[in-house]
Design a protein around this ligand. Sequence first.
Ligand code: NAP
Length: 356
Amino acid sequence: MNDPIPTFEVAVLGATGRVGQEYLGILKDHPWFKVVEVTGNTKIGQKLGDVVENLPSPMSSLEIKESNPSKIESRLVFSPLPTDIAKQVESNFSRAGFSVITDASPHRMDQDVPLMIPEVNPEHLGMLRKNFTGDHHLPPKSKKKGFIVATPNCTTIGLAMTLKPLHVAYNVSKVVMTSFQALSGAGYPGVPSLDIEDNVIPFIDGEEEKVAKETNKLLGTYDEKENAFKPSSIEIYCSCNRVAVIDGHLESVYLEAKDRISDPESVLSNFKSIPQKLKLPSAPERPIVVMKEKNRPQPRLDRMVGNGMSTVVGRIRQDNEKALQYHLLTHNTIRGAAGGAILTAELLCKIFDGII
Ligand SMILES: NC(=O)c1ccc[n+]([C@@H]2O[C@H](COP(=O)([O-])OP(=O)(O)OC[C@H]3O[C@@H](n4cnc5c(N)ncnc54)[C@H](OP(=O)(O)O)[C@@H]3O)[C@@H](O)[C@H]2O)c1
């Protein structure tokens, strides 16, 4: 590993949005990344500090720019842009030589885009190494070629995080998941208060299909010879609901496995991966924290476990030797978006020193 990591100057596109502001909060004290450029839509030309509250002075004086590659200098770009514009804007940045890490959905299933949860599938970054250099040597620092790396849907993350160690241990064949998703998952201005007060909305457009497809991409392999991702073939059925919680997606999971399931609690709580081994700045000590109390996890009480980067599991129940039930909770704007993308960028910097 190459040490020490230099400071990277970064840009946050859509910095005034719900996820964009989460980036600003996390990055204001980050040891490797310094936000030097931000973009927006309706507030272009204004000072960031006039639009977003509680920022430290160097950040608050940044001018909000247009999301256009010709206006941006930083090579590393975080993109929490809305779905409808992310596809084109991110392609523009990638083609212009930028390293783009996106929270938006349009590029997640692209053949040449790694979809990343650093603890789940770090080996998928092998595709960047291959595409970047054509062989397995690190590129010289001066050589710049753009790429896109995507983070999964905020509902996919906790599910894939918990399925990873369970799939390795027991060969999971079928999953049925029901979600209870927070309001912040819908961004600003989000769901009208009169629709969600005293209510649950049993539909989130496109979410169920995304979670199923993305989970199989994440749990699949990267075939180096073919330079292609091979998805796993777990049967996944999802029902997604919007509930009146501010932050934190709760999910209830039922799964069946091909192998006998024994001691799933230890398998989940002992799970550690490359980010923990590398001691990356945003890596939680435990990616999965198991709670033994009967009535946990709860969004209000448990979403900040591991600084919002751990997936919290509880209510583990086993009715037969090849089936399991549990609940999980993930902070949707931290691990589910900004925090997950920053951890991905840390992994990129550490293992491909110089790629960004
Ligand atoms: N919220 C979550 O929990 C979550 C989790 C995972 C992934 N995501 C994904 O992350 C992305 C952002 O979500 P969000 O919840 O932060 O949305 P949001 O609150 O609606 O924020 C969107 C941001 O994009 C900017 N923007 C809008 N149109 C633009 C344009 N044409 N050019 C440049 N900037 C533009 C907005 O600027 P103005 O303020 O000027 O309008 C704002 O800063 C979405 O793709 C979403 O699916 C969200």
